[in-house]
Design a protein around this ligand. Structure first.
Ligand SMILES: [Zn+2]
Length: 432
């Protein structure tokens, strides 16, 4: 097992806790100079100097996405604007964007922690990487790029899109690692198949680092097979990141035993979203993160809205840092349908257990006589011959998983929209 910073990566949790406390205190003093944070701290009646133990941080006010939007662009800047060398932000398609700015040192820290991730995932110096996360305002492209160079990988910076060229480059350059959203990985796999390219024989892809959207275990298994990762002795590694925390920051290791979060850079809390108290280890709760290392725009106690289960036991790979072992859905993605909470990821989980179906699907939420309706459009694979019995069985499985009735409609293979970035799987027609 290779490490990038072995001493840090295998440090006992108690030792890490002491470092976290020192770094948190430093960050609290740093953000207190910012008017937004100072007002929040003062309202809550806490001063950075009151923080003496890790328990004391429970008195530090939370930050939520609304705060980040209201403070756009620079309301949360705690460092010096003069020292800022890079700006990233979210696309803002659902409202005002969320911005993040970086000092040189922030970028250095980010590259090193991403280099830890890639190394843990099995990437080595000499690997040929087709980097298809988008370059630009999105944090993914550059966040990956510099860390890959840091390790000594050979980066082909394609960015997203240009599928034919992606496949051609993979063949010409013997690409061993592919990055991009899980949806794009699926798309590339489909395109290869349509062009008669056999990923096992004609390509050399061994590892995929795919993030930017949720990915079920079933989807990961599909990607491993479709792109030939498993056949070449590797596999897909999930990537987790948030612009609010600097960008991509956590990944699977070679054991795929949960997504490692580096505790010397991020303080992890898992809280009951109602009471905002810690849930017992191993229980689901909302992930709350504090950035312990960045200088320009560190965010403390950020409520991510992601429902997760975190494991604090050491990983079989030898790393001691906490791991997200289960994603139960992003609160933002949750749909309220006739009083029932529906997470689109639950639907994917059911659908992809059926090899007869393609990875593409669409949930249509409608309204009929004041009642909400759910319909899932699914595509059978070209060679599959499905009948009404299959549809009825699938409806039963979905009902059992979602606890609400859901109509299944088969549509021809290739008729649903394909995506080069994040997929859009829900069409909500209610009240429109
Ligand atoms: Zn591990």
């Amino acid at each position: 097992m290779a490490f990038y910073e072995q001493e840090w990566e295998t440090m006992p949790l108690e030792k890490l806790a002491a470092i976290q406390l020192e770094k948190f205190k430093q960050q609290a003093r740093r953000v207190y100079k910012n008017p937004f944070f100072k007002a929040r701290f003062d309202q809550t009646g806490i001063h950075p100097e009151d923080i003496k133990t890790l328990d004391d941080i429970k008195g530090v006010p939370f930050v939520v996405k609304k705060d980040l939007r209201e403070c756009y662009p620079l309301g949360l800047l705690s460092g010096n604007w003069d020292d800022v060398v890079r700006v990233h932000m979210t696309s803002g398609t659902t409202g005002v964007p969320v911005a993040m700015v970086y000092t040189k040192n922030d970028l250095r820290v980010w590259s090193r922690l991403m280099a830890r991730n890639f190394t843990a995932g099995g990437l080595k110096k000499g690997d040929i990487v087709q980097q298809a996360h988008g370059y630009g305002l999105f944090t993914g492209g550059f966040g990956f790029h510099y860390a890959l160079e840091e390790i000594g990988a050979k980066v082909i910076p394609t960015g997203a899109g240009g599928t034919e060229r992606q496949l051609r480059l993979m063949q010409e350059w013997g690409t061993t690692v592919f990055t991009g959203t899980p949806t794009y990985a699926v798309y590339i796999g489909e395109a290869a198949r349509e062009k008669g390219i056999d990923p096992v024989k004609d390509l050399k892809l061994r590892l995929g680092f795919h993030g930017g959207e949720p990915c079920s275990d079933e989807m990961r298994a599909r990607i491993n097979e479709r792109l030939g990762y498993t056949a070449h002795g590797g596999g897909m590694r999930r990537v987790y990141g948030l612009t609010e925390m600097g960008g991509p920051m956590a990944m699977d290791c070679e054991y795929v035993a949960g997504i490692h979060i580096w505790a010397d850079h991020y303080l992890v809390e898992v809280l009951d979203p109602e009471t905002l108290q810690d849930v017992p280890p191993g229980k689901p709760g909302e992930l709350v993160l504090s950035n312990l290392s960045f200088e320009a725009m560190p965010i403390l106690r950020y409520r991510t809205g992601d429902r997760v289960i975190v494991d604090y036991a050491p990983c079989p790979c030898g790393r001691t840092h906490p791991r997200i072992v289960k994603f139960l859905g992003r609160v933002d993605d949750m749909l309220l349908v006739s009083g029932t909470n529906v997470f689109p990821s639950q639907i994917e989980y059911v659908l992809l257990r059926h090899p007869e179906l393609s990875e593409n699907w669409l949930l249509v939420v409608g309204e009929k006589k004041g009642l909400h309706t759910l319909e899932v459009l699914v595509e059978p694979m070209p060679e599959a011959e499905l009948n009404e019995q299959f549809t009825a069985e699938l409806e039963k499985e979905l009902h059992a998983s979602l606890e609400i009735r859901c109509k299944v409609t088969l549509v021809p293979y290739g008729s649903l929209q394909r995506f080069e970035g994040k997929a859009v799987r829900v069409l909500d027609k209610r009240g429109k």
